[in-house]
Write a protein that binds this ligand. Structure first.
Ligand code: AMP
Ligand code: GLY
Length: 422
């Protein structure tokens, strides 16, 4: 099989590495990729958001399957463009990618199909925001969310109603551009979080693992939100009873609801859940794997990913479960000091292994590039290190041992990933 993988981050390196191990693979092409991905794929210089260029590349290379790493090309209609050329895409069409691209759509969709989520309202001006906040319906400290895509920066957890009104006003005044023109105000839920992944072919869905991510930049969950500073898998709330409820109350009604609306969902559905006293509730949907959750999940994978991706993309999921090793996995993100704000690029990296696997760890490139003297930093999140172990302690030890051995000036990371799990 000839496969085109779209994207250039740590998630895509983990996917490329997993796909490259498939006996069914003939050639893997990645656009645009990164130096790590370049070791297992041929890189093509087409940007991940250039959907026209990607469709041309897919036709020109006669690929059998396109795998979308990030959400942006899906929200921009990549799967639709590929469908016009009869090229299967692992990743939903634009009308289903709205689940992530529009929180307003996602909330309305969940309302239509009885999928449990926080009570909410959508506002488009400061006056309506004030009215909704003062109504008391969303509690004393509601959550404020930009409806559109905001790269993890669109959710605010203000301490009181005045702060909530300020957050809403800032978004409505254009603080996050178009993404904040509609604002979701919702009640604050409490409970442990769990990220659940399922692969769907449009009519059926199979479970594809669980994880938990660490979104805040600093230890003890302080500081600004980031794309994710680390993660662990399986998620701590993952047990048979909970997963059965998640399947029955969330995953299956979501896939069935999309199907009933003619929005066929072929790809991975990522449900960010809160396990509340009233049962699991959806905080958000994403239409792709998480980053860094994919770097945590892929090393635990114990089956061939390619037939699953191809089956989902062609509407015929194979009748098999996605198998994972029982090991615990812990991923630590090595970032550039300053991230998620501004940071320096082009800093040479020392101690980077040539291969993904070293001992009980996997090393994935996120924001790297080839410099004059070897690999150097090129992004906020630079490297993801995943440790595996029979228990959380050994998985953490493995991850941090390797994390310590990779160095550059102004490397920054959290020391407490999965510390609470041990
Ligand atoms: P989201 O991008 O919607 O998943 O939100 C980012 C983070 O904000 C989540 O991982 C939660 O920690 C938090 N969050 C979002 N919505 C809520 C909510 N309704 N109640 C409490 N926390 C929330
Ligand atoms: N790590 C969170 C995400 O990928 O959305």
């Amino acid at each position: 099989m000839r496969v085109l993988l779209v994207g250039s981050g740590g998630r895509e390196h983990a996917l490329a590495w997993a796909i490259s191990r498939s006996p069914q693979l003939d050639e893997l092409i990645a656009a645009p990729g990164n130096p790590g991905i370049g070791r297992v794929a041929r890189l093509a210089p087409v940007g991940a958001e250039d959907v026209g260029g990607l469709a041309d590349l897919a036709s020109g290379e006669s690929v059998d399957l396109v795998v979308a790493g990030p959400e942006a090309p899906l929200a921009a209609g990549l799967a639709d463009r590929l469908a016009e050329r009869d090229i299967p895409c692992f990743g939903p069409r634009q009308d289903a990618a709205l689940l992530e691209a529009s929180k307003e759509f996602a909330k309305d969709f969940m309302g239509r199909h009885g999928i449990p989520t926080a009570r909410h309202t959508v506002v488009r001006d400061a006056e309506s925001a004030q009215r909704a906040l003062r109504s008391g319906e969303y509690g004393e400290a509601p959550v404020i969310k930009a409806s559109g895509l905001a790269a993890g920066k669109g959710v605010f957890l203000p301490g009181d109603l005045d702060a909530a009104a300020r957050d809403a006003a800032r978004l409505l005044e254009g603080g996050l551009g178009e993404a904040g023109k509609a604002v979701v105000i919702e009640e604050r839920l409490t409970g442990p979080e769990l990220s659940v992944f399922a692969i769907s072919d449009g009519t059926r869905a199979i479970a594809c693992g669980t994880a938990q991510d660490y979104k805040r930049r600093f230890e003890d969950d302080e500081g600004p939100n980031t794309g994710g500073m680390g993660s662990l898998s399986p998620g701590l709330g993952d047990n048979e009873a909970t997963m059965e409820r998640v399947r029955r109350e969330i995953v299956e009604p979501t896939v069935a609801g999309l199907h009933a609306e003619g929005r066929e969902y072929r790809g991975v559905l990522y449900a960010g859940l809160m396990l509340t006293a009233d049962g699991p509730k959806v905080l958000e949907f994403n239409v792709r794997f998480g980053d860094p959750e994919a770097q945590t999940l892929m090393p635990r994978l114990d089956c061939d990913l390619l037939p699953l991706f191809f089956g989902a993309a062609t509407g015929r999921l194979p009748d098999q479960a996605v198998r994972f090793r029982s090991d615990r996995a812990v991923t630590v993100i090595l970032a550039s000091d300053g991230y998620p704000g501004s940071y320096r690029k082009g800093v040479p990296i020392e101690g980077l292994p040539e291969t993904v696997e070293i001992g009980e760890t996997c090393v994935f490139h996120a924001g790297t590039r080839a410099g004059a003297d070897g690999i150097e930093t090129a992004g906020g999140r630079v490297i993801a290190v995943t440790g595996l172990g029979a228990d959380w302690g050994s998985a953490r030890d493995a991850a941090y041992r390797t994390a310590d051995s990779i160095t550059w000036e102004k490397k920054a990371f959290r020391r407490d990933i999965a510390a609470g799990a041990v």
